[in-house]
Design a protein around this ligand. Structure first.
Ligand code: ITT
Length: 189
């Protein structure tokens, strides 16, 4: 069965596919040749996940999943938060990490969490599923796997960053995995 995920982010698509295994064939907006920009002007992860999922469902009539996610840093009052994708440069992972590391220079409290809010939208409207993973930020990048802020984030109980882990290991414990588990529970009801 196909699942349409309202994203152009290839990394998200691949992670979602790996986590859902052969339960669904995951398709992205790119696969559906939908290239208009979806304006994510909501003021919360939930609002932006809804904007993506509803846009996709309205456009295709296919039940759709929006994934809005980001990094929330305790000492930065939750920033970059909903601005994670464009904190310093639009989808420029190196610049965005650079800004977080500069703001965290000399700060002892390194606590942060990743969050994913999924919105599943079909003819019955919207349903939300949230996942978080807590951890700490390094002072410098480590590792080259994953995407986004993975090279500076070490999940609690581990010594490696997400970018040093194999994708299968990140995908067993990540915010996205936890949110997708709740989504699967909902589908199984
Ligand atoms: P779509 O809106 O097309 O889905 P996007 O990348 O713009 O893709 P978001 O608006 O949800 O997605 O922004 C999420 C940003 O948060 C993303 O660009 C990364 O910088 C960061 N992020 C999200 N999940 C992450 C993860 O698992 N590891 C590292 N960084 C992540």
């Amino acid at each position: 069965m196909e699942l349409l995920v309202a994203t152009h982010n290839i990394h998200k698509k691949e992670e979602i596919q790996q986590i859902l295994e052969d339960r669904f064939l995951v398709k992205s907006l790119t696969d559906y040749n939908i290239h208009e920009e979806i304006v994510e002007d909501g003021n919360s992860f939930h609002a932006n996940a809804l904007i993506k999922a509803k846009y996709c469902f309205d456009k295709t009539g296919i039940p759709s999943l929006g994934d809005d996610s980001g990094l929330a840093v305790e000492a930065l009052d939750g920033r970059p938060g909903i601005f994670s994708a464009r904190y310093a440069g639009d989808h420029d992972f190196a610049k965005n990490i650079g800004k977080v590391l500069r703001e965290m220079d000399g700060v002892d409290n390194r606590k942060a969490f990743f969050i994913t809010v999924l919105c599943y939208y079909d003819e019955n409207g919207a349903r939300y599923f949230e996942g978080r993973v807590y951890g700490n930020l390094l002072n410098e990048n480590k590792g080259f796997k994953g995407f986004g802020y993975d090279p500076i984030f070490v999940p609690e109980g581990y010594e490696k960053t997400f970018a040093e882990m194999n994708p299968e290991d990140k995908n067993k414990i990540s915010h996205r995995k936890k949110a997708l588990d709740l989504f699967l529970e909902f589908l199984n009801k």
